[in-house]
Design a protein around this ligand. Structure first.
Ligand code: 3VV
Ligand code: NKO
Length: 276
């Protein structure tokens, strides 16, 4: 008899708990899948517009893509509070570096994307159906992260294109998505690129998503994202040998802003800022 009561009480507590868990995981995946479906649908609609208006692969298509993507934040209840947009107002090309937390970043990117700006992306994105097609039409530069030598030679070509075609380039120096509530060490490609093209670096920081988006906790609700565009980092006088220091400086500056925007106390780290 006693065992029966234990069983009953366990079920009364356990079953609703299990159901809540399942429904929150289900809700999370449902939202992520909706996000992907919306991306695929919008890129299918935007691709013909790009082709009809601009003919083929050109950075001018980014204006069209930007307009489509900017509608998506309303669907997911996201709001962006942007500061420092005036720092984008520089003549000529530059390298923009920002933190990368999730696939949702694409919305934050398009929210503030300046004209004539292309992104560096992993080459796998090229094969993502209509999303791949739209990134191709927008002029996204693909790199193979597993082949540093290839990635470097592509970046050297990009440096030339930046000055020839007056292009801004957006790089995620962490090199991968990171939803940990801190920044990953920076890779050096973006900084080599700025030096090779002789252009300034503009850091952009997005506050942490962890309060409304967390893959591990199956959390994805609406929220406010604070964005700050920092003043440009001038690279005049910087030499190849100073790249590690430059990377370090930029990393620490961005990390400080990241903690401030995320409302978390700043904790200094001793480890080297760059990945090697
Ligand atoms: C309407 C529809 C809507 C829906 C659809 C919307 C579509 C929207 C359209 C468009 C938006 C698109 C959004 C795309 C977003 C995509 C995001 C991603 O994919 S993020 C992943 C890929 N990005 C990166 O990885 C970049 C950052 N990585 C780098 O820059 C690396 O540095 C890289 C890959 C070049 C090399 O990586 P290493 O892992 O080998 O690491 P290292 O430490 O940097 O380099 C190793 C050694 O090589 C030197 N090195 C690196 N780059 C060099 C260079 N260019 N020249 C000379 N040396 C270089 C370094 O100094 C280092 O050497 P020493 O250790 O210092 O001795
Ligand atoms: C035929 C297959 C169709 C597949 C459709 C997939 C639709 C996906 C829509 C998502 C579009 C968002 C684009 C943002 C790109 C992005 O943020 O990629 C992540 C990479 O930065 C980092 O990669 P990782 O190293 O894996 O963290």
């Amino acid at each position: 008899m006693d065992l029966w009561w234990v069983f009953l009480y366990t079920m009364v507590i356990f079953v609703p708990f299990l159901l809540i868990q399942i429904s929150s995981t289900f809700k999370f995946h449902f939202k992520i899948i909706s996000y992907c479906i919306l991306c695929v649908t919008l890129s299918t609609l935007a691709a013909p517009v790009c082709l009809l208006k601009n003919g083929g692969r050109t950075v001018d298509n980014m204006r069209i893509i930007r307009a489509f993507v900017r509608t998506m934040k309303y669907v997911f209840g996201l709001r962006y509070e942007v500061k420092g947009l005036e720092n984008f107002r520089i003549d000529g090309p530059c390298v923009i570096v920002s933190n990368h937390q999730s696939v949702l970043d694409m919305m934050g990117l398009m929210e503030i994307l300046p004209d004539r700006c292309v992104q560096i992306a992993k080459r796998e994105l090229m094969f993502a159906g209509s999303v791949g097609l739209i990134t191709y039409l927008g002029g996204v530069i693909y790199i193979n992260r597993k082949q540093t030598r290839d990635a470097k030679s592509i970046m050297a070509g990009v440096a030339r294109a930046m000055t020839d075609d007056n292009l801004k380039v957006w790089v995620y120096p962490e090199g991968t998505r990171n939803n940990s509530g801190d920044l990953l060490p920076f890779k050096k490609g973006a900084f080599h690129l700025a030096l090779q093209a002789k252009v300034p670096i503009i850091p952009v920081v997005y506050s942490s998503y962890t309060s409304f988006y967390d893959r591990k906790k199956s959390l994805f609700s609406g929220g406010i994202i604070k964005v700050e565009i920092l003043p440009k980092i001038d690279i005049s006088g910087v030499k190849e040998a100073d790249i590690a220091d430059l990377t370090d400086r930029c990393f620490h500056e961005m990390r400080r802003v990241f903690f401030r925007l995320s409302g978390k106390p700043y904790t200094p780290i001793k480890q080297n800022a760059s990945s090697k």
